[in-house]
Design a protein around this ligand. Structure first.
Ligand code: AMP
Length: 222
């Protein structure tokens, strides 16, 4: 059985940062729907152009497009041992579609870390966030600055502020999260696979809590 993890939480909770770390630890890919959209935008594909109309105003990309895209991605062989899903699912429809896809692949969602962060903190984090052009590594102007200003520590590419990280769009993204994504907390809680993590803590502490969660999964599996 291949195990998938779904990282849940509002925009700015640190899902991407933590998901990258955990994926490396477990030796499975981190799949970020937002990163795939941005990659498509960069390459000016039809999907990228369509998605950007929604992304730039802080709306969700329609379910059918998103589900198809993630479905194609998780069917690749590098997900044979599982994957970390970061930013997907974001609606009840997507969650149901994911269940169906995983069932067909003989896979399951083993844990859903829900990284909870207060709204004030989210706005502060997102509006100071810097993203790398090449691989989507993230930094923060104040809390997690790169070693050299404007340059990614990991791949040397340029750091920029995402258009949807501007203050006016950030607030709207949080509203969209509250309306469309928050119901997933209950969805996974009912299944007994939701683990709440305090995302207000420093990056290393959040990672520590996630590690503890993974150890427990390991123990209960074997
Ligand atoms: P993220 O990088 O996860 O913050 O995503 C950036 C933007 O991409 C979101 O605000 C949405 O417009 C779009 N997006 C990413 N993932 C999804 C998803 N699962 N469903 C719909 N839209 C998404």
């Amino acid at each position: 059985m291949k195990n998938f993890y779904v990282f849940l939480g509002p925009p700015g909770a640190g899902k991407g940062t933590q998901a990258k770390f955990v994926a490396k630890m477990l030796g499975i890919p981190q799949i970020s729907s937002g990163d795939i959209f941005r990659e498509n935008k960069k390459n000016k594909t039809e999907l990228g152009i369509l998605a950007d109309e929604y992304i730039r105003v802080g709306e969700l990309v329609p379910d059918d497009v998103t589900i198809r895209m993630v479905g194609e991605r998780i069917s690749r062989t590098d997900c044979d041992a599982g994957a970390i899903l970061d930013g997907f699912p974001r609606t009840p429809n997507q969650a149901k579609a994911l269940d169906k896809m995983l069932e067909g692949m003989n896979c399951q969602i083993i844990q859903v870390p829900y990284i909870a962060v207060d709204e004030e903190e989210l706005v502060e984090r997102l509006s100071g966030r810097l993203t790398c052009r090449e691989q989507g590594h993230v930094f923060h102007k104040k809390y997690n600055p790169p070693k050299v200003a404007g340059v990614c520590d990991f791949d040397g590419s340029e750091l920029y502020q995402r258009e949807d990280d501007r203050p006016e769009t950030v607030k709207h993204r949080i509203r969209v999260y509250e309306q469309q994504t928050r119901p997933l907390i209950e969805y996974y809680k009912e299944r007994g696979i939701l683990v709440k993590i305090d995302g207000n803590q420093a990056i290393e502490q959040v990672t520590g809590d996630l590690m503890e969660m993974l150890e427990k999964v390991d123990e209960s599996n074997g």
